[in-house]
Design a protein around this ligand. Structure first.
Ligand SMILES: [Zn+2]
Length: 306
């Protein structure tokens, strides 16, 4: 949970609505700003927290862009269409996991069926390392640094999002920056209330940490203050959040290194008990995936010996 921060780094008073945390509900989109809506999919769970946050950016004059339409859940897809007033111009998936992308094609089809236009599906194609269930081919692949704009009737861009390729959680993961509103849409790269799983081989710890650095640089260069994650509430103090996240990962990695040195012939089961001794045992099967990512990273740094 996030509490409003009265500190100096909260950039604009009107944006305080971003941090006013309404109760989770799946029936209706919540306006975080007049032109940024959040609709949470009805898929709460261990891996998804309160559910996947689909975001809509736009306004009546420009139509809407949907970020992460979520799981293939007809009621949620219908609500996305309603929230956009039936005018969806673009659909973007931050990555192709089952709680983010499967609604994209059905939503596109609904738009075509009801409105006669087919919004392009944008994102990055899944890598060969992806689980078959996460296979994904967008209509057009986005490039790192590319700008996607919603235009007004005068053809001038009104809302411009910048793409940042952020592999680590998934090889085809991207984040989106909306600099004019100081927002970073972080997908699953940065979450609130849960920890991003780094699951090799599509997940990669070094790529994950490097992408955190890239996001920090973007936040610094573009003055981004707020993080809008795919699971959980909005966070402010974006650069502080990123710094803490990186420190947390490196602290875990230090524990993994100690565990590997203590049990050089050990298995992941041995190491997880040592390196994740502060985490409930029920989480260990999941933690072992991120542990493997740390082990791979440490072994690549040292040529095999921790
Ligand atoms: Zn994911």
């Amino acid at each position: 949970m996030v509490s409003p921060n009265p500190g100096a780094s909260t950039p604009h008073e009107p944006q305080s609505s971003l941090l006013a945390a309404p109760l989770w509900q799946h029936e209706q989109a919540v306006a975080l700003l007049p032109h940024v809506l959040r609709l949470t999919a009805p898929n709460p769970g261990l891996m998804t927290g309160p559910g996947t946050n689909s975001y809509l950016v736009g306004e009546t004059a420009t139509g809407w862009l949907v970020i992460d339409p979520g799981p293939d859940e007809p009621a949620h897809i219908e609500r996305l269409w309603q929230a956009a007033g039936g005018d969806i111009r673009l659909i973007v998936c931050t990555h192709s996991h089952a709680d983010h992308a499967p609604a994209a094609r059905p939503l596109q089809a609904l738009c075509a069926q009801r409105g006669g236009t087919t919004p392009p599906l944008l994102g990055l194609p899944s890598a060969p390392t992806a689980n078959p269930a996460s296979h994904f081919v967008p209509d057009r692949a986005l490039a790192d640094g590319e700008q996607i704009a919603l235009q007004g009737p005068d053809r001038q861009p009104r809302h411009t999002l910048q793409v940042v390729h952020t592999p680590g959680h998934a090889a085809n993961h991207l984040c989106l920056l909306l600099a004019q509103d100081s927002l970073l849409f972080s997908g699953d790269h940065i979450l609130n209330g849960s920890t991003t799983v780094i699951n090799p081989p599509d997940g990669n710890m070094t790529a994950y940490l490097d992408a955190l650095d890239a996001l920090d640089a973007a936040c610094s260069a573009q003055g981004l203050g707020y993080i809008l994650p795919a699971h959980g509430h909005v966070m402010d103090e974006a650069r502080t959040v990123i710094a803490k996240l990186k420190a947390h990962r490196l602290a875990r990695e230090a524990k993994v290194r100690v565990a590997m040195q203590a049990r050089p012939q050990g298995t992941l089961d041995d190491w997880v008990a040592l390196a994740y001794d502060d985490v409930p045992q029920g989480i260990w099967p999941l933690a072992k995936r991120s542990l493997l990512a740390h082990v791979e990273r440490l072994q690549s740094q040292t040529g095999g010996t921790p």
